[in-house]
Design a protein around this ligand. Structure first.
Ligand SMILES: Nc1nc2c(ncn2[C@@H]2O[C@H](COP(=O)(O)OP(=O)(O)OP(=O)(O)O)[C@@H](O)[C@H]2O)c(=O)[nH]1
Ligand SMILES: [Mg+2]
Length: 268
């Protein structure tokens, strides 16, 4: 009996069926995290509807925690309660899927909870889910453009929805009224009823927020020759006014940002 149970204990390694699942070595991929029940969270913390700059700030801080937590995304894109981190064959944890989709959202969750606790007196817990999106190098810009299109749709729909609620519509009536309306009609409705021009709202509400790498020059000292030298470094910057990704300008912007990190990865 004793022998039987001790054989059983420690015999579960082969039950860890998914631990060997890995992202293919040369694939690009995105890990997209999405806040769980953030409608309720934002409601309980009284964040402004449909957009609150402080909430967006907290999402940016939570996303930065991934960069600070030992990961090396090429770029991150944030909109609403979601953040996408794009990687090129990231070597962290040997590209093990379970590790990536558990640690990355954990970094976001713990940082967000801490941030909200310090800024809003929040004492609960928060969670992000995470998924992997396999991409080729050529897919990366289109993937980001897809998420940005989602931001734009959400922006128009949310403004229209809250415009109707402010007019006294019930949530159900507001939803049914908006169903089937085309974008120009939604713009018109928001302009007529709330005096808001949806082409003029803050850029981050329409286009989301980017965390990208930037090259900068720094003067350092060459210890061997004992002379001042200019060196190139990269640093992470926040962009609250990104271009429209499907435009030519937007594509070049993303390609340039990706290339900075890819070049650095190739060197190191
Ligand atoms: N008040 C406020 N709410 C926001 C803001 N940004 C995002 N949200 C909320 O976050 C929600 C995100 O959408 P979902 O991810 O579909 O909703 P969820 O409640 O998180 O649901 P699950 O992701 O399915 O768990 C939006 O519907 C809003 O309710 C903001 O700036 N202000
Ligand atoms: Mg969510």
């Amino acid at each position: 009996m004793m022998e039987r149970s001790s054989r059983r204990i420690g015999g579960f390694k082969d039950h860890e069926l998914f631990s060997e699942l890995r992202i293919p070595p040369n694939a690009f991929f995105a890990i997209r995290c999405d806040g769980r029940s953030f409608r309720d969270l934002c409601e309980s913390l009284r964040f402004a509807k449909p957009f609150d700059r402080e909430f967006a700030r907290s999402m940016v801080e939570a996303s930065k925690a991934v960069f600070e937590g030992g990961f090396n995304p090429l770029i991150a894109y944030i909109q609403s309660d979601e953040a996408s981190f794009v990687f090129d064959g990231e070597n962290a944890f040997n590209r093990r899927l379970e590790k990536l989709v558990s640690i990355i959202p954990s970094l976001m969750s713990s940082k967000l909870a801490l941030w909200l606790s310090q800024r809003r007196g929040f004492s609960g817990s928060v969670a992000f889910d995470a998924r992997v999106v396999l991409l080729s190098r050529e897919d990366v810009v289109d993937y980001l453009a897809w998420r940005q299109l989602e931001a734009w749709r959400n922006h128009v729909n949310s403004y229209a929805y809250y415009t109707l609620l402010a007019k006294g519509y019930s949530p159900k009536k507001a939803s049914s009224t908006l169903r089937g309306l085309k974008a120009p009609q939604l713009h018109e409705l928001v302009y007529r009823e709330a005096g808001i021009n949806l082409a003029k709202t803050p850029t981050w509400q329409r286009r989301g927020i980017v965390l990208r790498w930037e090259v900068y020059r720094k003067v350092g000292r060459d210890p061997v020759r004992n002379v001042e030298v200019e060196v190139e470094r990269v640093r992470l910057v926040e962009d609250w006014q990104p271009p429209v990704f499907i435009s030519q300008e937007g594509r070049s912007y993303l390609e340039k940002a990706l290339e900075i990190r890819l070049a650095k990865n190739r060197r190191s």
